[in-house]
Design a protein around this ligand. Sequence first.
Ligand code: COA
Length: 256
Amino acid sequence: MEKVILIEKNQGWMKITIHRPDKLNALNASVLQGLQEALHDLHNDASMRGCIITGAGEKAFVAGADISTFVKADRNIGKELAELGQQLFFSIERSPKPIIAAVNGYALGGGCELALACHFRIASDNARFGQPEVNLGIIPGYGGSQRLTRLIGKGRALEWMMTGDSYDAQEAWRIGLVNHVCPASELQTFAETKMRTIISKSTTALAQIIAATNASEVGVEEGMKTEAACFGTAFASDDMLEGTTAFLEKRKPQFK
Ligand code: COA
């Protein structure tokens, strides 16, 4: 079976590539498990001092959680799915080793949330960001309602989540969601240069910068619990079934 997570170890840092290009790198159970193992590897390998997360191909970073796995889900499965994703993304956010997202295309839904969990984001000029869950009758469940709000502000975050619209890299840069935008052909080199600069610094100082900065976000645990419960509620709705089925059948949903 083809690997869905590729790991490349370089001098002092590693690259994790989510590799399901035919499904725009959508996050299914194998990807989530592979990501968890790759992060474990990062944390246990003392020679690895930082990490870049990116997506395979030229079209997508990650186009969201895998919608095909949603159709049979219910309230409990939805809540459990959110909690699983939240724990994984917490381990990225709380990693003592710097993790940069190199966003090389669509970063939608869980893909946007994955980028948000990284310490900061660099985007290619063809990247698109958004939280389109509302189009499926659900809500962001991997930390989006918390991290997007903190990063771009409540009003903008609510607009993103309520419209489901997506936004180009320039707009993401303008509102502070990404730190840099570069031509697609230069994205990986740019991210790697940034990573090399960072890992040349004190590993202790880097870990403390991350811990201290994360500490500014008090109350996030409670917010995540609420988000997981709301995600479960959305999963119990007929609209979720209609929204996900319509996507898979390539038609417009008819919400009641
Ligand atoms: N889950 C499962 N499969 C997905 C997916 C997702 N989140 N996003 C894309 N795919 C699959 C498509 O079903 C398609 O598979 P197929 O070739 O077997 O039919 C393949 O990836 C290519 O996607 P396609 O929709 O044909 O590409 P496009 O260029 O026309 O559109 C997007 C790209 C990103 C706009 C579109 O794929 C999309 O809207 N994806 C869903 C985004 C989303 O709602 N994410 C949040 C999920 S909670």
